[in-house]
Design a protein around this ligand. Sequence first.
Ligand code: S2G
Ligand code: ZN
Length: 411
Amino acid sequence: VVRPADVVEVAAVVTACRAHHVAIVPQGGNTGLVGGSVPHEGEVVLSTARLALVGEVDRAGMTVVAGAGATLARLQAAARASGVAFGVDLGARDTATVGGMVATNAGGLNVVRFGAMRAQVLGIEAVLGDGTLVRHLAGLRKDNTGYDLPGLLCGSEGTLGVVTAATLRLVPSYDEVATAMIGFESVAAAVRAGAALVSGLEALNAVEIMFDDGLALVAAHLGVALPPASRAPAVLLVEAAAAEDPTADLADAVASLDGCVAEPAVARSAADRDRLWRLREAHPEAAAALGVVVKLDVTVPLGAIPDLHRRVRAAVERLAPAATVLLYGHVGDGNTHVNVVGPGVDSDAIEDAVLAIVVELGGSISAEHGIGVAKRRWLPRARSAGDIAAFRAIKRALDPDGIMNPNVLLP
Ligand code: S2G
Ligand code: ZN
């Protein structure tokens, strides 16, 4: 493991590794979910932990420069201290770092309002696989000067270079928040309601879907009771945020939804809100408490979500009848997380079955977690031969010796 103190040392490490034909795995918080930051065969782990500076918030320009090693929580605190916010939030916020979130184009809970990381990155500094330093951190909203390096390096998963800093867009803090948990008679009703909220509720910050079996597992795992609203086949957790209290707007939007089966649970306090979010954010850890989890992170067209869920549950029933399947996720983006855990689970068989269904439904084999090592063999089913040829041409150009994360992304 090498722990460079600044971008000059990062460049020196890359140059040395290139000279000795040693591969590099860049690593921030190591919270990735597809093995993208895990060394496999003697690679050097390049830790960005010391590149953790968060610069002054530019309140007028609504931007801030953050080092790759800064955690999301520290970035959020710096934004909050200046009365603004950062648009991407996810459960791993205390450990996940800016560099890794840029490299994986992380999504999380607020994509439905602010987009994923690529929509937040205005400028980037990185050391490419050949030791070249690219630095363009101006962060101007309008800057049409050549190839979009931030957009290219965002989502490159450490395979083109090491992201060392980024200029990030900030958003208004929308301090007035209203949160509700709503139960629905079916997946289809919940998905329709999610789509109605996305198109109808301007202050919508997040809309997550969960199910009765998953919530029961989470409640048992946490040792907490479930609100009555969650005792329904399908449940939405909805949050609106605005400068003025959005409770009335949320209540109006919810009142017009079809297929509700119980009185929504509306958070009356920050503690209530945290309790509702804990039920959602604890899904991965509740699954992990049962054993090694096969994780899939997929998108399908909204109308195909009920079909996806039905077919995934049937496939798991067929392949591993004693296993537990947890479905949950960012329904506003059409994104379902599939966690399968328990006896008889063969990860390749489960993955092949689920991703075949996703491809058949015209979906994406990775909504937000990226390809990493775990989904690499599936890339040719997800992208055309021409796309992959272009990926390889870019890889050859920016990492000519193939030392950057060689086990990741490209088959
Ligand atoms: C989520 C991250 C956690 C996981 O909960 O939204 O993207 O392990 C996931 O799947
Ligand atoms: Zn997610």
